[in-house]
Every structure is written in structure tokens, then in C-alpha cells.
Design a protein. Sequence first.
Length: 396
Amino acid sequence: MDRHGSGRPVGSRGSRGRPFPPWPHRCRHGDLYLRLWGSPNSLHGQWWPGHSPGPRSTGSGGGVRRLVKLGARWEQVLAPSGMRAARFAALGTTIQVVTFPETGLERAMPAVEAEVFALDVLASRFRSDAELVWVNQNAGRRLDVSPRFAELLSAALLWADRTDGLVDPTVGRALVAAGYRSDFERMDKDQAGPTERSLPAPGWHTVRLDGNSVECPPGLALDLGATAKGWGADRAALAGAQAGQCSILVSLGGDIATAGPKPPGGWVVRVSDDHRGPESAPGQTVVLSAAGLATSSTTVRRWRQAGQVAHHLIDPRTGRPAAGPWRTVSVAASSCLEANALSTAALVAGSAAVSVIHSFGASARLVSNSSGVRHLGAWTAVGEELAPIAVITSSS
């Protein structure tokens, strides 16, 4: 799984390169157990849900104990005074964690990493052992899924309903038709043409979820990218704050969740098209007052298909990559899940993006294809480096 857009803690560049914590390490939070062992350069882990495991063949997608080679090195990076930060690679992107006070980081990191790798095994389209892959392979059958998968799918369906289908988890086949068939780093960026015809998404209402039981129509493929990162960031932040007894900021590839009281001076983050871009890239530095922030952008995960530019944000109404006047939308909201869903919905909505943001009373930063910027709601213009878009209003 991978995602788009940017939001990163200020002061995250540079490294002291000190791995931690001591090995082996065990932790438990909620229904998830994790045991880590090995050296920092060759880290292994084993996690499993707290409920009784069952064989995959009977439909118990989340009950199977899984052995995961995490392969992560927690690299300490620069942080503001009184805070401590680290990052590691996962989900096809960079995961960054900042804690206040700094003493909370070593206790928080195992809990955050457990949530991140659990999310990958739940929702990746590119792991053969992922529960999402298993559900898609068995479309047309009624399946018993793990409580975590049911919770994630329920969140995706909820936001599909709230956005009138602008964010729809049934776009899996459309993503494949658009050329997004493998992990982005490995996929062909210049493709001859589509392997199948693009069609509108079947629609979220065709998915049946009853408790931990799910049934999708034959041939339907789910993709949870519009909500999974936000949902996972919220869980990781809460788990890390509880384990570390600290205030925490967790960024999953630029999608940010916070938990605990705000630190002195607040959480200062940099917002731009791409969280991996250079500090010199135009953007805005803001103090995050909301609990979550997410950015969706058509500029980051792009490729060519039959000579045409394509990207990973699919319009469920057409089955094709979304087209509209905005290239990047950042949303601050009460959770990263909400911000994640609304930033995607706004980009998909195209010319109606402003109406979508207003309808939820959200705060947002919208960047046009011509590099103009518009701030909505309580989003400040202070520190903005792009030129504002002139808004013409009618008067009576």
C-alpha cells in the first residue's frame, strides 16, 4: 500500500542514526500482540490477533498467525527542542514519529510499528498474505474476516456514504485498468495501454458487511487506499501515546495523526505536494491545531498509459483517474481518517471541491494546476508561499 501527498513534521531532516530499543522486545496493545527479535538491521516480528486463530481456508482471514520480516531500522532524526523523532520505511513510504517529551519515543515506537505492519497485512493490494487480497480473491462468497478488517472496511463504507460515493472502496479493478497493478516503485511508468476497459465502480452499496461477515459481488475488487492510511495513522498515534505515556505525532507518508495534549508551541508541520520533496519546494509551514491532517495529490504517483498521464486517484463515477482544476488538497480535521477521506473526495469532485469542503465545515488548502492556492475554513494564509487565487463574489 502506498499513498500520496504531503505533510511532514518540521525539523525532520538529518539523522543521528541510532537504532532502538533493545532486543528482543515484546509488547501488546488492544487485540494485537507483537514480538520483535534480531538486530536493528535485520529485525523480525511476529504478531497475531488476540482471538482464536483459524485456518484461512474456512474464511478466517485475520485469525491466522503470521510471521512477518519487518526489515525496519528505526532511524532517529532531528526534532524540535524537548521532542524526539524517528522514522522507518513501510507501506511503500516513510513513517515518522515525534513524541513529547522525548523520553516517550522508545516506549511508543514498538506500538506504532506494530500498528503500521498490521495495517500492511490487512490492506495491501500487493502482498499475497494480505487479508484484502484474500477477500478480493473470494469475491462472491460470504467470508468471516478479522475484527480489524471489518472495522477498516466499515470506515471505508461510512465515508463512501458520507461523500455520496466520491470516496468508494470498490475502485480496485479501475486502478488495475489504469495501470496501477503493482507496488509503485516496481511498476512500469510508461505503459502501452490499458489491459481492460475502464468502467464506473460497482459502488460501495454493493458490499455487504454484517459484523465480521463480508460479501462482495463476484468480480468486485476492493481498494482501501482512500481511508486506510488515515485509519491506520489514528490507531498508531493512539497506541503510541498510550504505550509511551506521551504526546505523539505519527505521519504515514504525510498523513498525520496526533494524540495527547499539544506540546509547547504545538505541532509544526510543512505542507506541500510531496512530503518527500526538498525543503525548498513551495508550500506552507503551519501549526497543526486539529488532530489530523492529510494531503491528496495527483502530482506524486503518476505514470503514462498509451501516451496519456495517469495517476492513482480514481473517480468512481468514470473509473478513470480524476480530472479537475486542483492538483493537491490538504485537509485538517478531527481525525486523520476524516482528513484522508475529505482530501480525496475534494480532488475527485473536481470543480465541486470547494462545495465538498464547505459541506463538512472542514479547513483545507487547495492548490490549482496552475499553482494558485485557496484556503478554506479556518486554514490560515500565514506562511503561504504560493499566490492566492482571486475569488469573485456576487453582491446584491
